[in-house]
Ligand binder design. Structure first.
Ligand code: 3H9
Length: 706
């Protein structure tokens, strides 16, 4: 035994407690401790059965993910399989008592017990696929034996948690324990004494026939190919489960181990593990420590009931927070509320929410036409039309209407938050909360720190983002903040490529094959090409003379081709907004390029990807150096959650690390020679390339410096 696992006695039952905070991961020492505890139980004649339970907030969240990096760097490979066989072969029955989560190796551990009982709020799952791996401790072999092949495939490919009550229905959990879990588990264990203890690996009744399984597995492979395009782990999980249906348990475990190792050593897994820790890292702000006091956010208001405002109101309502939705006229408010109702109705239709849930949420949204009730709210999110004069007017109004201490947030995507804060007498209360469209769906929330935003306001918004189901990333106040500032050069290159001879579809296709959810030109059509056009017109005076600027999109806008909303943009659209290539666009762009003297040439998909993605990386490096993002990983998390960048590539900065910064830098220098100053390499990129370092190493240096 060791201090990570302890054994106590409740009369004739041994209680084996795993105590490895914060989540009882199976770090080195924990499996050894459990093994020793099982031995102690079996060797003690006074003990008749055992209960395994987790201390603290959870059962076991799985293998220690930090250990994977050590393994792939040449460290020892630890297998849990022998321990799990040891538990399953225990002479005395073992009851696994689950609260919180039994995830990954935690569920594999639980399945090796003879019985599983759980608190009603517990969750079980095999989320390994989200880390680019598959269950590696017999999960692909034991799970189908308990829940059947189809459910096991679903759990291992999607990685979603299953609530305990559902786990009972599927036979994964034997009983729910209301009230005290340990007391219930002890009673269950006493009842099991003297009865034959079922070993999961010996069970075959749910394994199904080859014919049934072939159909299930083929169906799952085709779903994965569509929904998890480019990901290797879900397919590997299906292969491992298939092996379990055709081979013995031992052979199935061998097949699983081989596939697990292949996945673990893949770039995809390394990227996804980077994302796992990155999502947690972004919550850490060096000068806003965890213990910073947070302000209460129990009632909020949203100003502006347009698409963004309505979506933001839904986000708060979905989190159970009452929200006032304000607009200037009844007609606008009716349209806004109508859209919210329609969105909710669609969610009910798609089975995402129940009607009762939606009814409750709608009750939480109160449409209002003035600021009268604003004195009672803790936070306001302004989401009016993107214009500085209007924003200032609204903030001056909020300053008058809101109580001291209320947070005044702006959903601006481009404007200067300090200038907005200047319209109030309390700039310390002002902050940017940049939601992404559709706000009720997209996970990203850029939290824009103004010069004077107080630490309490920052800490509150960071914490609130989690409550809202968002991932909050703190960014600095520069034009476009982090996400949109980088998106500019990315979309600029996409346009340049078309102006130089690439087909519109070829540009989008290359980036979709890279793994992006959508190509840059199709994204422009979706968002509305006129949005960027208007902004560019406003900022034209800032463009450096003699530096090449893209023209195709502006010209398309001059022809009224604004994208999907006008059914014409880079593509043409039918009435259902289905896109097809538009030969007119090709003709027009070729003509404009000839007039501008731009030589036409064949462009490879490799060049398309390099130009667009390295444009992101170069701008990202500038942002990092200028301090507008805290770490490279913050930029990655922004791109994965707000811009459809493929998670299995880890984000643009991580991707650049995997390519090698020297190579990225050299390619950028080539582009600079061919295409001019817009491609001047970021000084930080140059330095890291010369020092043969990575952005990940840069992040570590930052942490040390802080
Ligand atoms: C696996 O099991 C493979 C097996 O098949 C065996 C193969 C041999 N390891 O998320 P939180 C840290 S693969 C190490 O903020 P919450 C986390 O980084 C694993 N560390 O809390 C954070 O640290 P910090 C399969 C872990 O309450 C702290 O714990 N399992 C692990 O919002 C708190 O985490 C999974 O993929 C871990 N396994 O959520 C489950 N888990 O404070 C992954 C967490 O320094 N974990 N940490 O930033 C989760 O889904 C959530 O953490 C959980 C709690 C829902 C459990």
């Amino acid at each position: 035994m060791n201090n990570l696992v302890r054994v106590s006695r409740d009369n004739d039952i041994a209680v084996i407690t795993i105590d490895n905070p914060p989540v009882n991961a199976l770090s080195p020492g924990v499996p050894e401790g459990i093994g020793a505890a099982i031995d102690e139980m079996n060797n003690d004649p006074a003990v008749k059965a055992g209960v395994v339970i987790g201390a603290g907030r959870t059962f076991v969240a799985g293998a220690d993910i930090k250990e994977f990096g050590k393994m792939t760097a040449g460290g020892p490979r630890r297998s849990l399989l022998p321990l799990l066989l040891h538990i399953e072969d225990s002479r005395k029955p073992v009851v696994m008592a689950i609260h919180g989560q039994a995830f990954g190796g935690g569920l594999e551990l639980a399945m090796a017990g003879h019985y599983r009982v759980a608190s009603p709020t517990a969750q079980v799952g095999q989320p390994e696929v989200k880390l680019g791996i598959i269950p590696g401790a017999g999960g692909t072999q034991r799970l189908p034996r308990l829940v059947g092949v189809a459910k096991a495939v679903e759990m291992c490919t999607e990685g979603k948690p299953m609530p305990a009550p559902e786990a009972v229905v599927f036979g994964l959990v034997d009983a729910l324990i209301e009230g005290d879990l340990l007391a219930g588990a002890l009673a269950f264990a006493r009842d099991a004494v003297g009865k034959p203890a079922p070993k999961t690996r010996m069970r075959t009744e749910k394994l199904g026939t080859d014919t049934d399984n072939d159909a299930v597995l083929a169906g799952a492979r085709s779903i994965v190919a569509k929904r998890q395009r480019g990901l290797k782990a879900p397919l590997a999980a299906i292969d491992a489960i298939e092996a379990g249906t055709k081979l013995s348990f031992e052979e199935g475990c061998q097949a699983e181990a081989k596939l697990f190792t292949e996945c673990l050593f893949s770039d995809q897994s390394k990227a996804l593990i980077h994302v796992f820790f990155g999502e947690r890292e972004v919550a850490k702000i060096p000068d806003v420590p965890r213990e910073t006091p947070v302000l209460p956010v129990n009632r909020v208001a949203v100003v502006g009931s347009g698409t963004m405002g309505g979506g933001i109101a839904m986000v708060f309502a979905n989190a159970g927070i009452p929200v006032l939705l304000k607009d200037v006229g009844q007609a606008a408010l009716d349209v806004g509320m109508g859209k919210i109702r329609k969105n909710y109705a669609n969610s009910v239709q798609r089975g995402r929410f129940t009607q009762a849930f939606v009814d409750e949420r709608l009750q939480l949204i109160t449409p209002v036409l003035n600021y009268d009730a604003f004195s009672a709210v803790d936070m306001v999110v302004e989401a009016v039309f993107e214009g500085m004069a209007l924003k200032k007017e609204v903030f001056a109004e909020l300053d008058r209407a809101c109580r001291p201490g209320a947070i005044l947030a702006s959903n601006t995507s481009t404007l200067n938050i300090d200038e907005i804060a200047g319209a109030t007498s309390r700039p310390e209360a002002v902050i940017g909360t940049h939601f992404f469209s559709p706000a009720n769906v997209m996970r990203l929330l850029e939290i824009v720190r103004g010069n004077k935003s107080s630490k309490e306001v920052i800490a509150t918004c960071m914490q609130l983002s989690k409550k809202l189901g968002k991932i909050g990333v703190l960014v600095g106040n520069c034009r476009g903040f982090v996400g949109n500032r980088m998106f500019g050069p990315y979309r600029r290159e996409a346009q340049f490529l078309v102006e130089e001879g690439a087909e519109v579809e070829a540009v989008d296709q290359a980036l979709v094959e890279f793994g992006n959810a959508m190509g840059p030109l199709a994204t422009g059509d979706l968002a509305g090409l006129d949005v960027g056009w208007r902004i560019r017109k406003e900022y034209r005076h800032l463009e450096k003379p003699g530096v090449r600027q893209p023209f195709a999109e502006d010209r398309l806008c001059e022809l009224g081709r604004y994208g999907q909303k006008t059914l014409k943009g880079w593509y043409q659209y039918d009435e259902n907004r289905r896109a097809s290539a538009d030969p007119e666009v090709t003709t027009l762009v070729r003509k404009w390029s000839a007039e501008a003297g731009i030589a036409q040439r064949e462009i490879s998909s490799e060049e398309i990807v390099d130009r667009c993605i390295y444009a992101l990386v170069n701008e990202g490096a500038r942002i990092l150096e200028e301090g507008y993002a805290l770490r490279a990983v913050d930029i990655d998390i922004i791109y994965l959650n707000g811009y459809g960048f493929p998670a299995y590539r880890g984000g643009p900065m991580w991707y650049a690390d995997t390519v090698g910064l020297t190579r990225v830098y050299q390619r950028i220098c080539e582009f600079q020679q061919k295409h001019g100053e817009l491609w001047a390499p970021a000084p930080l990129l140059k330095r890291l390339a010369e020092e043969r370092k990575t952005f990940a190493e840069f992040d570590k240096e930052q942490v040390v410096a802080a």
